[in-house]
Each structure stands twice: as structure tokens, then as C-alpha cells.
Design a protein around this ligand. Structure first.
Ligand SMILES: [Zn+2]
Length: 167
């Protein structure tokens, strides 16, 4: 995705109050992030328990306008190890948890939320970049990898869009 600055990142948020935005702490190493290696930026707030953020390029286009979403991790954890609905990694390399986001605008103010089951520490971009196993002789692993990256972009953008406009 395209690099963000502190200012453009904060300006991208669609479901935060002024107070929530001023409480936001940037991810560790923000000024050294490998933007080319991620399809969305996600991080847990280092100072506030259960609060996390996702900034995804709009419309699944890596160059699209970023949409920032404040997330809250649900108290309940999935009973069994769950699959992330964004990267759908079948090897379950990391915990997956339920996050919910207040919708943007009046819908959010009246309590409407959008939920999603995703990698706890937002490992999706790393997961989809791993070369998949050879599914059958002649299987094009690199094409499968690119397909997963494209799908992740669409999933992240679809979630941002649901928060912004309603699903
Ligand atoms: Zn994931």
C-alpha cells in the first residue's frame, strides 16, 4: 500500500471520535514500515487494551484512498482455533480473534457495528506472501500466492467499505 504519514493516517479514520483519535498511539516502527510488503496496516494500541486499528486502501486498489477503522477486540475468544476471514490461512500460524468496529456516521452513533474474525496481530500480509505448498504436480505456486494477495486486498477493502457505507 502507499505510505502514510502521521497526518494522513489520522485523517483516514472514519469511525472515531475526536477523543479516540487523539488517544491513538502509532504502531512501533511506524517511520520504518515496509509499506510495499503490506496490503493493509493493522496494529494493536500499545497503551489501550483491546483497542486496535486497521487502515486499508479503498476499493482493494493498493493506491486507493486509505480508510482507517478503529476496532475493539471482543471479550470472548473463539472456542476452537479459527481461520482468519481475510487471509484464510489454513496452517493457522497465529491466533485469530473477533474484532468489531462501530459503523461510520449516524449508524455507528446508534450502536451499529460490523464484526470480523481476523489475525490477532494482523499477520495477514505476511501469511499470504508465503509460497503455498505444491497442491498437485504442475500447480503454479507463485500464481496462487499472487491470487491470495489480491484476495486479501479485496477483503480488507470490503470490510472498510462495510464500516463506511454499511454492508
Ligand atoms: Zn489473517
Amino acid at each position: 500500500m502507499l505510505p502514510l504519514t502521521d497526518t494522513s493516517l489520522r485523517a483516514s479514520f472514519v469511525n472515531t471520535s475526536r477523543k479516540e483519535l487523539s488517544d491513538l498511539t502509532l504502531p512501533a516502527g511506524f517511520d520504518r514500515l515496509d509499506w510495499d510488503g503490506i496490503d493493509y496496516l493493522g496494529w494493536r494500541d500499545p497503551k489501550l487494551a483491546r483497542r486496535a486499528y486497521v487502515v486499508a486502501p479503498g476499493d482493494g486498489d493498493p493506491d486507493g484512498d486509505p480508510v482507517g477503522v478503529l476496532l475493539r477486540q471482543a471479550e470472548a475468544t473463539p472456542r476452537r482455533r479459527a481461520q482468519c476471514s481475510w487471509c484464510e490461512d489454513v496452517t493457522l500460524p497465529n491466533p485469530v480473534v473477533f474484532y468489531s468496529a462501530r459503523r461510520a456516521g449516524p449508524a455507528g452513533r446508534s450502536g451499529s457495528t460490523v464484526g470480523t474474525l481476523i489475525c490477532q496481530d494482523f499477520e495477514c500480509s505476511a501469511n499470504v506472501r508465503r509460497l503455498p505448498p505444491l497442491a498437485y504436480p504442475g500447480f503454479d505456486r507463485e500464481a496462487a500466492r499472487l491470487e491470495r494477495i489480491a484476495t486479501l486486498r479485496l477483503r480488507a477493502a470490503a470490510f472498510a467499505d462495510a464500516v463506511l457505507r454499511g454492508a
